[in-house]
Design a protein around this ligand. Structure first.
Ligand code: ADP
Length: 312
């Protein structure tokens, strides 16, 4: 019955990037480089990352009936992701307008566009797609009410992975459905609010007390920490020369969710995910940096492949 290992429910954006000598101030016009358009958005990124690794993965998202929507569908198809859940129309495709200066600092304006029109009704209509998937992974670049509908209507045999990015206050029943909640340091601190704890072990325990069955805290070059209630486990990252960390969290979460959908336990899945995250930071860009299974061999020191539980 579960012929999909992973369904991602989330955003799809076109990233419109212009290089500038200096980012403009109020009322100012500056000339920039030629426009470069990349497929992005956390949902599309995760679906592409998982499919490129070999997952049977699908995306439930909404794009506009426009060239950016076509670009996103094509990048998903090229990666091998199932696009039958990519709905078209209702608003222009979401875009991120990005200016980057020579020091690498950027200014970004996001127009959510069609992402803001992915409704609870769309989730209900996609019930057959959801039921086909062992694991559903979602983020917060779509309306919170849509994420809440997903959490509340999840079939009992389907596991929910939530990366609360960008962070927002979460209803108790959404938190309780997460297995795991995947957060970086910034997201952990946001959700814990004034509840300042000293380090990742304490954040994970405090987050679990809010309801999730398990929590994974990503720690950049230090890998990740897993807490499923039986004590926290640190999973080290392979050492790599980081070139660009854009999209690393999306690649990590996609790999983790896929391996859970293939039957790995959470620690084993995390050992694989830190390798995927590390491989992704060795190349420029987001989707184009996401590794295939072969790239993991060429970009990283030797370590476990999918399903292999040896320490990484
Ligand atoms: P986010 O990108 O969401 O802020 P992190 O910075 O924690 O999250 O990165 C997510 C994952 O990507 C990490 O758990 C790790 O596996 C990998 N990663 C990120 N930065 C590095 C790095 N410098 N070296 C190796 N792996 C990295």
């Amino acid at each position: 019955m579960h012929e999909l290992e992973l369904l991602v429910v989330g955003s799809a954006n076109a990233d419109l990037v212009v290089g500038v000598d200096r980012r403009p101030g109020a009322g100012e016009t500056v000339l920039g480089s030629d426009l470069v358009v990349h497929p992005g958005g956390k949902g599309a990124n995760q679906a592409v990352a998982a499919a490129r690794l070999g997952a049977r993965a699908a995306l439930l998202a909404r794009v506009g009936d426009d060239a950016h929507g076509a670009l996103l569908r094509e990048s998903l198809r090229a990666a091998g992701a199932d696009t039958t859940g990519v709905l078209v129309g209702g608003a222009p495709t979401g875009v991120a307008l990005i200016t980057v200066d020579p020091s690498g600092d950027n200014s970004i304006v996001v127009s959510p566009g069609a992402n803001a029109r992915l409704t609870p009704g769309d989730v209900r209509a996609a019930a057959p797609l959801v039921a086909r998937s062992r694991v559903v992974s979602t983020q917060l670049e779509i309306p919170l009410e849509t994420v809440a509908e997903l959490a509340r209507t999840l079939p009992s045999g389907t596991r929910l992975v939530l990366n609360p990015s960008p962070p927002a206050p979460l209803p108790a029943d959404v938190l309780a459905a997460c297995d795991p909640l995947v957060v970086n340091e910034h997201e952990a601190r946001f959700i814990l609010g004034g509840d300042a704890r000293s380090g990742p072990e304490e954040w994970a325990r405090a987050l679990r007390e809010l309801g999730p069955r398990s929590v994974v805290v990503t720690l950049g070059a230090d890998g990740a920490l897993v807490d499923s209630g039986a004590g926290a486990v640190r999973v080290a990252s392979p050492r790599v020369a980081a070139v660009d960390t854009t999209g690393a969290g999306d690649a990590f979460t996609a790999a983790l969710a896929w391996r859970l959908g293939s039957g790995d336990d959470l620690v084993t899945a995390t050992r694989f995910a830190v390798r995927v995250g590390a491989a992704a930071v060795t190349e420029e860009g987001a989707q184009r940096s996401f590794p295939t299974a072969e790239d993991l061999v060429t970009r990283l020191p030797a370590g476990p492949g999918p399903g292999e539980g040896a320490d990484g």
